[in-house]
Design a protein. Structure first.
Length: 68
């Protein structure tokens, strides 16, 4: 569908990327995030954005989680 719409608009459908937004719930583990990223990559997703605002109360906590 999207590829066809791009083509109809004169755009290159192969230039399109697939992006996912994932909302992290409190208590989500690093391992579950890694597993989810692998599943998305295996299915052809090009980019993933994790919304972690509900999970962390400080930037330091977010950076620590991201570092793991």
């Amino acid at each position: 569908m999207v590829g066809r719409a791009a083509q109809d608009a004169g755009r290159d459908p192969d230039a399109l990327k697939t992006a996912m937004r994932i909302n992290l719930d409190p208590g989500t583990s690093v391992d579950s995030v890694a597993d989810q990223l692998k599943r998305y990559a295996d299915s052809g997703v090009d980019e993933a954005y994790f919304d972690a605002f509900a999970m962390f109360t400080s930037l330091d906590q977010l950076l620590d989680f991201a570092g793991r």
